[in-house]
Design a binder for this molecule. Structure first.
Ligand code: ADP
Ligand code: ARG
Length: 406
């Protein structure tokens, strides 16, 4: 038998070493879970919370599984997310690392949602369009051939105070949502980006003059009593909204958030709530034209120093698809005790005029003492003037309906 040569031993040793190295890498790759949707969140984003059953049940090593919806779930998400659309979108991620899972998480966690989805950035709209487009069409009555329209001219609005004696309308408020161009939207913005938006926007607001001049009050360090009073008086957003929470919109709270207002609190700007700016004009009574004119003036002024995120088809881009387009909600707080006792008639009138009914402490709140928040529902495919005209026409019809029941 030939003696084993050193070269043979070396050859066998090297072959074994290479084989073991390959096997080790294969095993390691198999063990490493595939990237889950949550892995793509930025450092400051919330991560999967093992306490929350809904998170874990969704996530598998292969992305995530089709969500289980309650039988009574009626959100636009439940209605439009088919298994086929889910398979098409489940592993899609925008350039900012915003995943499809993040887009639909709020509607899964909150099965009583009305919409149920949020966009993380401008790219979310085209990327998740197989789900977002039917939702947008359903909410706004906006077809694939429709496009955003705009009319900011108060002269084109015909809305003389429908309640000059102040019998029904307590107050009028009109707001638009805006986000900063070239930034991710709130659900995907990083802490640093959010803070830089706060600086940019508050600097811009400091330059406003006349009726619009005011002061910026950061939420961080705000006295709790002052904060609660501002909320109770309908000027400031509430903390801890569970819909926003699940969408990642409350991360790093309260840092980066705040409110600007003039002395009379007729012109206000919310910074870094659901949208990066909510520009608001409001006052007691039913002078809708005055409220609209003030808002249009403010929007034009702010636009001189802050570029807003805009899309030719979808208009002003917002984190919730229900706010796209004009991003305008024009509302009155209106006392209608007779119609309150006859909700079928109330709803018939509001539906005919494309109006939405909310409670008096904002969305998802209840009405009190026969007082409701009544506002335009559609915001995309209709102009700003038409949004307010919808609200005005509906309010006139509601007042007539209330009087008929007296
Ligand atoms: P948004 O209009 O920005 O979508 P909400 O429905 O949560 O937000 O309302 C925000 C705040 O504005 C709440 O405190 C709500 O009571 C107040 N508000 C809405 N409409 C009016 C109004 N016409 N008069 C006074 N306050 C209003
Ligand atoms: N995500 C919440 C829901 O689906 C709010 C939807 C519309 N309102 C809003 N503020 N974006 O009920």
């Amino acid at each position: 038998m030939e003696p084993i040569r050193f070269a043979d031993i070396l050859f066998i040793f090297l072959t074994l070493a290479i084989t073991f190295t390959i096997l080790w890498f294969v095993k390691k790759a198999k063990r490493k879970p595939q990237q889950t949707p949550e892995d793509n969140q930025s450092e400051s984003s919330e991560s999967v919370n093992p306490e929350k059953k809904e998170d874990l049940s969704m996530l598998t090593s292969n992305g995530f599984s089709f969500p289980e919806f309650n039988p009574d779930c009626s959100s636009l998400l439940c209605r439009h997310l088919s298994k086929q659309t889910f398979e098409e979108l489940k592993n899609k991620i925008t350039g900012n690392g915003f995943t499809f899972y993040q887009a639909i998480k709020s509607g899964i966690v909150n099965q009583d949602s009305s919409v149920g989805v949020y966009a993380g950035d401008a790219e979310s709209y085209p990327l998740f369009s197989p789900l977002f487009d039917p939702i947008i069409a359903d909410y706004h009555g906006f077809s694939s051939t429709d496009t955003h329209r705009s009319d900011l001219d108060p002269k084109n609005l015909s809305a003389v105070n429908p309640d000059p004696d102040g019998q029904f309308i307590l107050s009028t408020r009109i707001r638009v949502g805006r986000n900063v161009a070239e930034m991710p939207l709130g659900p995907a913005v990083s802490r640093e980006q959010r803070n830089s938006i706060e600086v940019q926007v508050s600097d811009s607001l400091r330059n406003l003059s006349g009726e619009l001049s005011g002061t910026y009050y950061p939420l961080l360090g705000m006295d709790e009593t002052v904060q609660n009073q501002l909320i109770a008086d309908h000027f400031l957003f509430k903390a801890g909204d569970r819909f926003l929470d699940a969408a990642g919109l409350n991360r790093d709270w309260p840092e980066g958030r705040g409110i600007f207002h003039n002395r009379e609190k007729t012109f206000l700007v919310w910074v870094n709530e659901e949208d990066q700016l909510r520009i608001i004009s409001m006052q007691q009574g039913g002078d809708i034209e005055a409220v609209f004119s003030r808002l249009m003036k403010a929007v034009k002024e702010i636009e001189k120093s802050v570029a807003f995120m805009f899309d030719r088809r979808l208009g002003y881009l917002t984190s919730c698809p229900s706010n796209l387009g004009t991003a305008m909600r024009a509302s009155v707080h209106i006392r209608l005790p007779k119609l309150a006792a006859d909700m079928a008639t109330f709803k018939k009138i509001t539906d005919a005029h494309h109006l939405q009914i909310r409670g008096i402490h904002g969305e998802h709140s209840e009405s009190e003492s026969g007082v409701f928040d009544v506002s335009n529902r559609r915001r995309l495919g209709v102009t700003e003037v038409e949004c307010v005209q919808d609200m005005y026409n509906g309010v006139v019809a509601l007042i007539r309906g209330e009087k008929e029941l007296e």
